[in-house]
Each structure stands twice: as C-alpha cells, then as structure tokens.
Design a protein around this ligand. Sequence first.
Ligand code: ADP
Length: 357
Amino acid sequence: QNYHTILEENRRLYNEVQDLKGNIRVYCRIRPFLQGQNKKQTSIEYIGENGEVVVANPSKQGKENHRLFKFNKIFGPATTQEEVFVDTQPLIRSVLDGYNVCIFAYGQTGSGKTYTMSGPNLSSKKDWGVNYRALNDLFHISQNRKSAFVYEIGVQMVEIYNEQLLFIFFNLHTLGIWASSQPNGLAVPDASMLPVKSTTDVLELMQFGEANRAVGATALNERSSRSHSVLTVHIRGTELETGAALRGSLHLVDLAGSERVDRSEATGDRLREAQHINKSLSALGDVIFALAQKSSHVPYRNSKLTQVLQSSLGGQAKTLMFVQLNPDVDSYSETVSTLKFAERVSGVELGAARSNK
Ligand code: ADP
C-alpha cells in the first residue's frame, strides 16, 4: 500500500467516524434463550430495523404494559459475533488515527456482557468477542500502514472491585499510588502497560488475564460479575513523512452486573459489593449523561471507574455502550431498568417518540 491509499483510507475512516452522530452511541443486544430454556416466555415483543425495541410483561394485560425504546442499533438473538463487530469496527479503527474510544457492556448478570466483549470460547475464532477482534484488527491495520506510520501497541488489564484497582497482569497486585489524586483523572502508569507485538501475544495475555480473573472469581464467590473489568489498548504512532506523533486509546469495559440487590436480604460483603456497584454504575451514568447533554460540569470524581476512564470519556472521545438484555420474562423488571439506564445515557429520553403501541 502506498502513502496515498493510506491517506485515502484515513479520510474514509474519518468520515465514517464523523458520521457517528454525537459522541455517544448505544447498541442493544438481546441474547438468545439458552439450551433448556425453550419453554420460556419472552419479554421482547418487537425488534425494529431502526433500533427500536418493544418490551412487555405478558403476564400483565393492558397497553401501558408495552414500552418502546430506541437506540442506534438493535442486535437480535440471532446476531453473530462477526455482525456485531462489523458495526463496531470504524470506531475501533479510529484509535489508530489518534482517537480515544471507550466501549462498555452494561446489563444484568447473565445477559451476555462477557459474551459480547470476550466471547464464550477463545479457541474458536468465530466466537471471539469485540476484545479479540479489536486487537486483531488494530494489528492488521497497523501492519498495512507500515509504509506511512510506525505504531506501538500496549495493553493493560485492570479489574475494579469494591472501588479498588487490581492489575490483572500483575497477579492482582494493588498499587498504592492510586490513592493520590492526579489532575487528569487516574492516569495509568506506563509500568503496568505491556507492549504487544502480535495477536498471539495478545491472546496469551488475555488468556492469562481471564484465568486470573476466573481464579479470583471462584475464590471470591463469582466475583467477576461484581467487578468491572477494563482492558485498555494504548496506541503510539509516528507518521513517517512528517514525524508527527499521535496517541490513541481504546478502553473495553465489561461492567459488573447491574441487577439490584435486595437491601433487606443482602448483608456483609454482598451488601458492600452491591453498594459499590450501584455507586459506580450511577457515576458512569451521570458522566455519560452529562457528556450527552454537553453539560459544563462532568462528575468524573465520583467513582474509580469514571476516574480510570476519564481520558476516554468526553472531549473528542467516542463512547459506545452495548446494552445487554436477557429475553426471559422473569427478567422483565431488570430489562426495563437496563433499558431506562441506556435511554438516559443515550441523551435521548424519548418523551414524544415513546408510544404505548
Ligand atoms: P454476563 O457477562 O452478562 O454475566 P454471559 O456473557 O456470561 O453474561 O452470558 C450468560 C450465558 O449466556 C453464557 O452461557 C453465554 O455463553 C450465553 N450467551 C450470552 N450471549 C449469547 C449469545 N449472543 N449467543 C449465545 N449465547 C449467549
């Protein structure tokens, strides 16, 4: 590829990114019923082509029972990992042009957050989630641009549990320095960043990360659903002709389960976890909402999660939230609260567009 083709491609990508209206997009993904669940009733009434979804509780009668939500895209239960990625790719590639991008998966435990972000099975390529595909794609494109740019890629994986940061690649070692406040959010120290030179490197690191997370999870009672996992990809690039430097970052975040924990039943550790999750998810919602509203004050300081992500939320940064739904009618009330959260962060609370079907 010569220099001009690369510029051409840059321009096309830039336009694609500009086309993403505003800086916040919300994609909703509905997972299929799992094996053995075929007799279950669904709360998903309708999936529209233009990003609409209607949910209803079939055990209740009446029109007011139907709720319409509209997002940038809806992925129904039959959507493949590949299809989800295709719609995410322009955003991911923009990181190589110096953008900061943040991609989240939000939803109750069991709604498919990890499936979307990591995938169910690392050994099968078609199952790969957004994380692996993103890294693979970034390597591929950076290689293709070799004649015009030199890129360095670094990866980091952090877990946030009970408002504490744990560096997965460092054997769950907690770094004390995080306690001191820094002017621009919590800049992650370069020391915890591992350079990666190939997709194989990444796969190995991530397998290691997942394994470590899983070990922690068994020991701490399925902690993974109660912690946020943040995979960060840092890009440093130099344009060969001009010597100009660029930096981009990609944060891929598998959030803790958003389900409400019954206060009257939860005690001790469980209650503490629930409070931390609640606090950090609302802080995230508040930050994204403030950004969507172009508010002059963005409350980053209210949780570790929003502090860690500060550099990639707001400004020129692009945010994508995958809103994950479990189709089971038993999850109806969690589904509605998930959709309401998503509607709020998308900055378009429907009002007029909401209908009672
Ligand atoms: P979460 O991370 O939100 O707790 P998981 O990603 O672990 O949820 O998904 C829960 C279960 O549903 C897993 O068994 C997962 O493999 C399955 N699952 C989730 N999404 C899909 C999907 N799109 N297609 C098939 N199975 C899925």
